[in-house]
Design a protein around this ligand. Structure first.
Ligand SMILES: Nc1ncnc2c1ncn2[C@@H]1O[C@H](COP(=O)(O)OP(=O)(O)OP(=O)(O)O)[C@@H](O)[C@H]1O
Ligand SMILES: Nc1ncnc2c1ncn2[C@@H]1O[C@H](COP(=O)(O)OP(=O)(O)OP(=O)(O)O)[C@@H](O)[C@H]1O
Ligand SMILES: [Mg+2]
Ligand SMILES: [Mg+2]
Lengths: 256, 256
């Protein structure tokens, strides 16, 4: 029975897509079957894996709102065992259309149900907001992985995210756990990064992954070649960090 | 008659808030009266200027949906001539409440009308989405300033933004111009940054500001002290770049 992990944080640009793509790819190299779901209308996960968004006949929008079975929309990626449920601009329309429907929070959960047997992990990349698309991901998920940049504004947004999390648990998904908080874009030359790291660990304790993702240009270059970093520059610090994160994720249980 | 500029890009973390705060502060030092409007429920502009979000009795939400006059919600910032219309978590509610109202795109425009005589520039910081809050900002604005990071995913999102822009012009705001496209977080040591800079200039020509904002840690540190960079570290490269941007903005007319 596959585990569903939502990768979410309403703060923009903190490394949600980069983490979804590269954690997914790293888990796939451990002989696990991985599905990545692009729940962001920007479609960065889709294009970052080299999938042409404008040529998709079946995308996540049609799975959610046109009853297209999810497995018909699934595409393969450059890596064996790593599939994607891609999205295109149509998904922007879903943000308004879903709001008028009853059970609007459960559309993704229902769409993913038939897939849970075929994958070991299903990772959902979320947009930078706490709107209906992210809500769908949190309702469908077993756990939440929160990437956070080592910068001031990143800390600010955490309390809103935790408030949303407890509301989701009370109303829609009591089983939702925190998979972990991941420090990203860490530049050890900057005092600011060290201060934020210490702050986050002081507040969140063992919810914070030991693994820290360093700022590494290969991570920013890889998506322009449509590849996860493992296929673009496997010796880079970025690739090594995400492999380490995959190992850590497999060895630890999620926390409250 | 004050000029209203929306600072928007649905891509997250590209420097919207950092540009709103520091361009605003730089314009204020040129003896202009500046208002910054925090249209992002994250409230990063509000906290980045040292305003306590949780202690606000009147915030932008109440101006938009409780008919509180805008000037009653305005607070001063650490800089003379530089005021802010702050927001707190309530603004998240506006994203759903506005959707059910007729004229939902015009709420911010109506709220800012009485203020246009009292300020030379009104800058609106937008959330990382093309939803109803950003729509309100684009309808209220005379022009749009687009910050863009020198990274691959940043280029991807531009076509969606320009599509939205032409729809807004056709339906809601025919006068909306492009103030300019601003390259941010530029690290001259990276080939990727140079490639993206050349790409953006090739596609967008004179719509791109000459001024480029370098990656500079003082810009990331300043908000934790609740100050614009001019008051935190005026000799930094970040402060110099935003002063230069203010000069360039004042000397050029917006383009189509
Ligand atoms: N560790 C890293 N080192 C260097 N660059 C990185 C790293 N992680 C991400 N990036 C780059 O930073 C930018 C932001 O990352 P990304 O797009 O993954 O964030 P996001 O949270 O998904 O953004 P959004 O909120 O828009 O969805 C991208 O251009 C990405 O390539
Ligand atoms: N030129 C720069 N050099 C270094 N750091 C920067 C620069 N500009 C912005 N930052 C930092 O990068 C992060 C993202 O910037 P900012 O929050 O302004 O982006 P944004 O587009 O407003 O994000 P969001 O999409 O979440 O609203 C912040 O932590 C900010 O302090
Ligand atoms: Mg993303
Ligand atoms: Mg912002």
């Amino acid at each position: 029975m596959g585990k569903v992990i939502a990768i979410a944080n309403q703060k923009g640009g903190v490394g949600k897509t980069t983490t979804a793509i590269n954690l997914g790819a790293s888990l796939a190299t451990a002989d696990l079957r991985i599905l990545i779901v692009d729940m962001d209308p920007q479609g960065n996960t889709t294009s970052g894996l080299g999938v042409a968004r404008d040529e998709l006949s079946k995308s996540l929008y049609r799975v959610l709102l046109d009853s297209v079975p999810a497995e018909e929309a699934i595409v393969s990626t450059p890596l064996d065992g790593f599939d994607a449920l891609p999205s295109n601009r149509d998904l922007t329309g879903a943000t308004v259309e879903l709001l008028d429907l009853s059970d609007r929070e459960y559309f993704l959960k229902k769409a993913l149900l038939p897939l849970r047997e075929s994958y070991d992990f299903i990772l959902i990349d979320c947009p930078p907001s706490l709107g209906i698309l992210t809500l769908n991901a949190l309702v469908a998920a077993d756990s939440l992985l929160i990437p956070i940049q080592c910068e001031y504004f990143a800390l600010e947004g955490l309390s809103d995210l935790f408030t949303t999390l407890s509301r989701i648990r009370q109303v829609f998904n009591p089983r939702l756990r925190i998979e972990g908080v991941l420090l990203t874009m860490y530049d050890e030359r900057l005092n600011l990064a060290g201060q934020i790291r210490d702050d986050v660990r002081a507040h969140l304790g063992d919810r914070v992954f030991e693994t820290i993702i360093p700022r590494n240009v290969s991570l920013a270059e890889a998506p322009s070649f449509g590849k996860p970093i493992l296929l673009y520059d496997v010796r880079s610090r970025g690739a090594n960090a995400y492999l380490q994160l995959a190992r850590e994720l497999l060895s630890r249980a999620p926390v409250q």
